[in-house]
Ligand binder design. Structure first.
Ligand code: ATP
Length: 212
């Protein structure tokens, strides 16, 4: 069972109580490689943020995921630039560069330990796609991480909403898009219009990224 306060109760409290000084904030963290960011990511971040009443959703690009295919990785600078260009118009969204700054392999537990230490007044909600949920037991120091955050699972096509850990499930329109698919389409010279924001499509074109 979740030990965190029920989100709706917290929202109610915020609406009725003035001022908010001393109140805890609920912040979403959405980790990913974003290689590149696509509309599936945006739809799920927006769904998690609005359905749970989070005050912010922080996009957390990893420096190097624990199981990376280095051949497919592009410079962190480019992945971050595309995330930045995408989220700047949405006041709910923010960027957290802790993993890029730290360098090396990115373990979520290290990042969340640092963030909760820096911001003891924030309850963190870690957002993951349903495909990742089944792998939670394999995550580095998962038991410590599970104490630091509340996991939020976003339903994804083809994946049953079951979790080995306590999780808050969020409904979002099921979008069958992945970064892998975007990279494959680019390598084949196919259009990615409407699958990624225009700013991302233009950036990829200008920099000649993901060419076959
Ligand atoms: P790749 O195809 O390269 O593995 P990806 O599209 O899964 O990439 P990531 O940056 O690796 O994107 O994923 C970040 C998070 O977003 C993960 O938790 C992943 O499960 C989730 N995610 C990505 N695309 C979707 C989608 N279309 N629906 C639901 N969740 C998604």
């Amino acid at each position: 069972p979740l030990t965190r306060p029920a989100v709706h109760a917290v929202i109610e409290e915020e609406v009725t109580a003035q001022p908010l000084a001393g109140k805890r904030r609920q912040v979403g963290v959405f980790g990913g490689t974003f290689n590149p960011i696509h509309i599936g990511h945006l739809i799920m971040a927006e769904a998690a943020g609005t359905q749970l009443g989070l005050s912010q959703v922080l996009f957390l690009p990893d420096n190097q995921p624990p199981h990376v295919d280095k051949k497919e990785a592009i410079a962190a600078r480019d992945r971050v630039a595309m995330v930045e260009a995408t989220i700047k118009d949405n006041p709910l969204f923010g960027l957290e560069l802790a993993e890029i700054r730290r360098g090396g392999v990115s373990y979520t537990v290290d990042t969340m330990r640092a963030l909760t230490h820096l911001h003891p007044d924030i309850d963190y909600f870690f957002i993951i796609g349903a495909d990742m949920v089944a792998y939670l037991p394999k995550w580095h120091a998962i038991d410590e991480l599970a104490k630091l955050v509340t996991f939020v699972g976003v339903k994804r096509r083809g994946y049953a909403p079951q979790s080995p850990y306590p999780i808050v499930w969020v409904d979002a329109p099921l979008v069958d898009i992945s970064s892998t698919q975007i990279r494959q389409r680019l390598a084949c010279g196919l259009s990615i219009r409407y699958l990624v924001p225009d700013a991302v499509r233009n950036y990829i074109e200008e920099k000649g990224l993901y060419r076959g």
